[in-house]
Design a protein around this ligand. Sequence first.
Ligand code: ATP
Length: 324
Amino acid sequence: MIEFDQVSRRFGATVAVDRVSLTVPSGSITALVGTSGSGKSTLLRMINRLIPPDEGTIRIDGIDTATLEEVALRRGIGYVIQGNGLFPHWTVARNIATVPRLLGWDAARIEARVRELLERFGLDPAVYANKLPHALSGGQQQRVGVARALAAEPEILLMDEPFGALDPIIRARAQDDLLALQRRLGITVVIVTHDMDEALRLGDQIVVMDHGRVLQAGAPEQILARPAVDFVRQLVGDADRALRLLALTRVGEAAETVGSTEPAGSGEAAGRAGAPLSSAATLRDAMGALLWHGVETLPVADDDGVVRRRISLPAILTRARRPQ
Ligand SMILES: Nc1ncnc2c1ncn2[C@@H]1O[C@H](COP(=O)(O)OP(=O)(O)OP(=O)(O)O)[C@@H](O)[C@H]1O
């Protein structure tokens, strides 16, 4: 758990972070969101003391970070920045090995770790280990940046606009990969973004900042349904709120069972509307598909491709309503 207790930081006359108190629970993703200059990056960088606070206390698992050696503190904290920050003249393998080398791991252990990480991130070590970063696509470079941050098995991962430079399709995939990775490793992730949709998609907790202050911190549903102040309401978008709420729920969670089991692609609605929806799609996707095909229900295929359920317009409407 990371705790901020009345933390402030000034740069000259600018108050970048203003008396912030906040708890980041362990093993979850917290998204810091807000307009440019609201203090998100400063708050993030105070966790690993790249920027020391002027006032207040930051505790990690109960220990005041001001009492720790910087090297010891940063050993347990991975850090990823926009545009990945890879060293351009170092190979992919050497980039990933940066922190293990600093920590004095032996060569065999470093090599095994680099190989393991490349494989985990879908980059064949035989192909990619000895390439320079510029020979990789933006999405691949971004994955190497995350691999490097995770090399020494940190329990905390700090990410500052990590997907900002990626195109929308690669970006969506990178977000899915991060979610899967975080769930698998159980690490604590704090991510800075100015994109509310990204924050809602990734965050277990959303922290909305403005002028160095935390305006609201809560679960995505709470931020959407009960924005604490006008600024948060504007940020979540009055008109878009229902659709954003739908994007938080998977089709599988709202689908209804149909009588008989039928293989994917069969059935009356599927015949009219094409392929069934995946149970992993969001209700926002489902809404779009229903409108597009002009139907009130669509079949839903489970992970094994078999259609056992369907999603209906009334079921979606129930979920789009403001939670009580
Ligand atoms: N090193 C610095 N020197 C002077 N002022 C700074 C410095 N770092 C940040 N600031 C100022 O502090 C305020 C908060 O900046 P910060 O980078 O934390 O905001 P942010 O929300 O991350 O913004 P962005 O999304 O644009 O990166 C801004 O007014 C910024 O100009």
